[in-house]
Each structure stands twice: as C-alpha cells, then as structure tokens.
Design a protein around this ligand. Structure first.
Ligand code: ZN
Length: 246
C-alpha cells in the first residue's frame, strides 16, 4: 500500500530529530539524518499555537523614537501583530528539558521555541499557546469601560482596596473579552482598581538562537553533499514578563 511521498516515521526517528533540534549549531554531515523528519517531529510533539507576525507601528514619534502612549493600533506597545495562523511548534525549557510540562510553562518567563521550517519566524513575532491557561493581575484606571492588557478567559477577582466588585453585578466582560464595562457608578472616575484574571499565555520571539541553521547531508552511496535548512529556533519570553521598553 502506498502512502505517497510521505516518509514513514517511527518513534526512534522522532526522538532523534528532537535530540538534534536540542543540539546547538551546525552539524557534521550525517547519512542517518533525514531533514524532512524535523517538521514531522515538530508536528507530532509540538504545542498548538497562534503565530502572528510583528511589525513596527507607525505611531513611533520621529523625535523621541518612542511609540505613542495612547495608540488605537498597538496600544502603546510599538508593535502590530498581523496574519494570525495556527501552527504547531516545540517549546523547550531553557535548561534543555525536552518538554515543558504545564507547570514549567506557567512559571517560566523564558523558553526556546522551534517552529517548522516552513514558518519564517521574525524578531518580536507573537505566539499564543492556546491550550494553556495562566493567571495575570493588573491595575486599571476607571473610565467606565476599561481595557484589559490581554483577553480574559475568566475574571477571578476585582478589588479596589478591600472593596470587591463582581461580574454581572458591578461590571460585565465584553464579548471580545477585552473590556470591563461598568454598570454601576460606584467607582470614582480615574480611580485605580486591580483585576485578577485567567488568560492564554503569550510569548514574544526575542532572538534567533540559530538563524542560519542547517545541516549538510550525504545522499546515500553517491556521497553527494546537500544542504538542508533546519527549523528555526528562537528564544521566547512571556509578554507579561517583558520590562517596559524591552
Ligand atoms: Zn502604535
């Protein structure tokens, strides 16, 4: 029975491809390596995530080189994120563990990401790891309709000092999960309050580990050398762990 041109992959080959991904730098020519295995390994072992490409927002002021603090396009971050698409990519902890368990991904600010060779990842690109949930707290200023930094999966608590406010009683979460809309006027305008909520973790690509990463391959008995581009690996950082201006 034919399976077309798709390579037949077993677990050992997947493990080998993952091991190579976790090995830094260029490698000597190897006959036992099939570079097309890498994308299959990533597809099988990777986390589901939304990849968005980053570009500068045009709100940067020409004199200060700073993004506008109030910007309807980037919300003061200085970067726009375009072309969302779902991919699978490997996330590896900084100390070389093959898998980030749920706790590890939750607790760590930094990790490595290996994307399929078909994804041309760039600096500052954004990855939303859709199957995970983390908790986030921030302080908002009351305007009646207050924008959260990230879309909320669930509002856990809202407090102003010791006074608790409840969803459905004092405020509602908008359908896009981005705004708290107040239905009572108990909060003084411009007074500060804090929110605790659940969100999907978002990572930013900070720098390529191996930008021009590849391997020379020997093609069978003829010994012809070829060059295969390997998947790109980036250091990624939790967006909410980034310092201002980083
Ligand atoms: Zn902007």
């Amino acid at each position: 029975m034919s399976n077309g041109n798709r390579p037949v992959i077993d677990g050992t080959q997947i493990a080998k491809a993952i091991e190579v991904i976790n090995t830094a730098g260029m490698m000597a020519p190897r006959v036992d390596l099939r570079p097309e295995l890498f994308d299959t390994a990533i597809q099988q072992q990777g986390y589901r995530m939304i990849w968005e490409q980053a570009m500068y927002c045009s709100c940067y002021a020409s004199d200060s080189e700073q993004p506008a603090y109030v910007c309807d396009s980037c919300y003061g971050k200085g970067y726009k994120y375009i072309n969302p698409q779902e991919i699978r990519a490997l996330a590896t902890s900084i100390n070389g563990n093959k898998d980030l368990d749920r706790v590890g991904l939750n607790e760590m600010g930094t990790a490595y990401l290996t994307a399929p060779s078909t994804c041309n990842i760039g600096y500052r690109d954004r990855f939303t790891i859709v199957d995970f949930t983390t908790r986030f707290s921030e302080i908002l200023s009351s305007t009646g309709r207050d924008r959260l930094r990230y879309p909320a999966k669930e509002i856990v608590a809202v407090y102003q000092l010791n006074q608790e406010y409840r969803r459905g009683v004092h405020f509602n979460l908008t359908e896009d999960n981005m705004y708290l809309e107040w239905v009572t006027d108990e909060l003084e305008p411009d007074s500060r309050y804090s929110v605790l909520y659940d969100l999907t973790p978002v990572y930013i690509a900070m720098g390529p580990i191996h930008d021009l990463r590849g391997t020379y391959t020997l093609k069978g008995m003829k010994g012809m050398e070829g060059f295969m581009q390997l998947p790109k690996q980036f250091q990624i950082k939790r967006e909410d762990f980034l310092a201002d201006g980083e």
